[in-house]
Design a binder for this molecule. Structure first.
Ligand code: ADP
Ligand code: MG
Length: 337
């Protein structure tokens, strides 16, 4: 093989990378960085890195240029940086910066919210059990229905605990090749009766030329189930109810396909949108845990993808999931059983 070209090499790196000049201006970067920061090429080019990520980075870039020392695993805000001087011959011309996202430790970072969420979920079934037990005590005789309540509430707690344990490990993905349209149809099947009942029009705009790709199909099933469930819940009160599921090749970022889910629901205000991915943030729906979108995003990020949400109080919400076409997994199966 010939030596790879510099720009091809940078483009292909599996992590976000920026090359800055001595003043800390970004003059070269890869597509992973655009995706990671969710900014366009045009926006990034020539901007000071300190205008894009926390300002504190400036000081470290300067240090690196002055002393020629590498800086590893520097945590600033939600980011982790590794910085090395960019040499041309003997001379330092700037810096090479690799950026990663600090893995959110939601249990510790949001411990209060986490506890409140868990307590909330446990309290409901517990109070049902308590009330039934009280009645049984008063009746002083066996009552089938009351015992059934107790058993079914215990089951609910068990399921909740299973779900909690299950959902918090997103890093171990089971890769196999699968057809995304097959997956989406399986999800939509679950909502068939509810959409018929609520007279929701479902439109599929699938690009049939999308090939099978590597994915963790159970996890992605969970993702699209969460997203579509939210859409359907958001259309409860509407008169015009339409859900569109579209797929296709993404133009930007390159090498990705997208799944776009649009609803004609009630949309989100700024606060809701800002907190969409915050664990346990929910609008107080009866069955809501506020974990759906948080978990979905974690799964998507672990697939090397990203999620974009646009919402309007009048028009509804559009969620776009971008997933890479070309993940090759050495530990993956060629097709999903
Ligand atoms: P949950 O559904 O359990 O409340 P999620 O993380 O799935 O938790 O969603 C968080 C919140 O974001 C929801 O309670 C809702 O307020 C809002 N939301 C999510 N998707 C939509 C949507 N398509 N339309 C309107 N609001 C939405
Ligand atoms: Mg949800």
């Amino acid at each position: 093989m010939r030596n790879p070209g510099f720009s091809d090499l940078i483009f292909s790196l599996p992590f976000p990378l920026a090359v800055c000049d001595k003043e800390g201006r970004v003059f070269f970067f890869n597509q992973k960085l655009e995706m990671f920061l969710n900014r366009s090429r045009k926006y990034l080019k020539g901007k000071k890195l300190s205008e894009i990520v926390p300002e504190e980075i400036e000081r470290w870039l300067e240090k690196c240029v002055e002393n020629g020392l590498e800086i590893h695993n520097l945590e600033i805000g939600d980011f982790i940086f590794s910085i090395s001087p960019f040499f041309r011959g003997e001379e330092i011309k700037g810096t090479v910066v690799v950026i990663d996202r600090k893995r959110q430790d939601i249990v510790n970072e949001h411990f209060d919210v986490f506890l409140r969420g868990i307590s909330h979920e446990l309290r409901n079934p517990l109070s049902g059990m308590k009330a039934s037990a009280r009645l049984l005590f008063q009746l002083r005789e066996f009552d089938e229905e009351l015992v059934e309540v107790v058993v079914s509430e215990i089951n609910r707690i068990e399921r909740f605990l299973d779900r909690i344990c299950d959902s918090f490990d997103f890093t171990r993905l089971k890769w196999c090749k699968y057809n995304i349209h097959k997956l989406l149809n399986e999800v939509l099947k679950i909502f068939r009766s509810v959409s018929e009942e609520k007279r929701i029009v479902i439109e599929r705009k699938f690009d049939p030329s999308l090939p099978e790709v590597y994915m963790d199909k159970d996890r992605l099933f969970q993702v699209f189930l969460n997203i579509i469930k939210n859409s359907i819940e958001a259309m409860e009160d509407g008169r015009y109810r339409k859900l569109t599921v579209e797929t296709g090749y993404a133009i930007q970022p390159k090498g990705f396909y997208y799944v776009k889910i649009s609803d004609s629901g009630k949309g989100m205000g700024k606060e809701e949108l800002d907190n969409l991915f915050t664990p346990f943030f929910t609008n107080g729906k009866r069955e809501g845990t506020g974990l759906g979108m948080y978990i979905s995003r974690e799964i998507i990020l672990n697939h090397g993808g990203k999620i974009d949400v646009q919402s309007d109080r009048r028009k509804g919400t559009t969620v776009t999931v971008y997933l890479p076409m070309g993940v090759e997994k050495s530990n993956g199966k060629n097709s999903c059983s």
